[in-house]
Design a protein. Structure first.
Length: 200
């Protein structure tokens, strides 16, 4: 554990989620969660180990299970990620914004039909714009896995593709759309192409 991590670096909502724990234990859990967050991109395996350590200390805390699920996802541990995110939701933590992650886990496990069931679930209707677009990007990947190349393109033909203002999701959406077109060869088959504004 790095000496400079105190646990106070954890955001206020996460700290609030640990309030049911004794103070000393909450501090230990918080430190593990902070390190897991810091290492998520650079060292996902080590981040996952820290998240699991937090889980061992506080398995009945929703925010801890949520963090463990996200860490497992970044480490490519699809089954564990799904189990942790489902547990987080049961404990009142994980929210609908993690639905794209859960869909991607089902995809990673080679279960495209289950992934599409989640895409069509009532929870998908409640997503905020960024999460909804992320869900469409993952759905497009699932469709490609199934050989449904036209459907992979159509999944991304959403109003945001023509948005004249660059948004936080614009680059990912444009890239995913171009990728779907290229992999499906739809341009060569005369598919009607929606060109993203500013996307080339």
């Amino acid at each position: 554990m790095p000496d400079d991590v105190t646990g106070e670096e954890l955001d206020a909502d996460a700290r609030l989620g640990l309030r049911s724990l004794p103070k000393d234990l909450a501090g230990r859990v918080a430190r593990h969660l902070v390190v897991a967050g810091r290492l998520a991109e650079d060292d996902p395996e080590l981040a996952y180990r820290h998240a699991r350590a937090a889980r061992r200390l506080a398995s009945r805390v929703g925010i801890v299970r949520e963090a463990a699920g996200i860490a497992a996802y970044h480490a490519g541990e699809w089954s564990e990620a799904l189990a942790e995110l489902r547990a987080a939701r049961r404990l009142g933590a994980g929210d609908d914004s993690y639905l794209p992650v859960m869909v991607d886990c089902e995809r990673g496990l080679g279960r495209p039909e289950r992934a599409l069931d989640l895409v069509k679930s009532p929870e998908a209707e409640r997503l905020d714009p960024m999460s909804r677009i992320e869900l469409r990007i993952v759905e497009s990947g699932v469709r490609r896995d199934l050989g449904q190349y036209d459907a992979a393109v159509v999944a991304l033909q959403i109003p945001e593709l023509r948005d004249r203002r660059l948004r936080p999701w614009s680059a990912r959406l444009f890239y995913a759309y171009a990728d779907a077109l290229a992999l499906g060869g739809t341009c060569r088959r005369g598919h009607r192409v929606v060109r993203p504004v500013g996307g080339g």
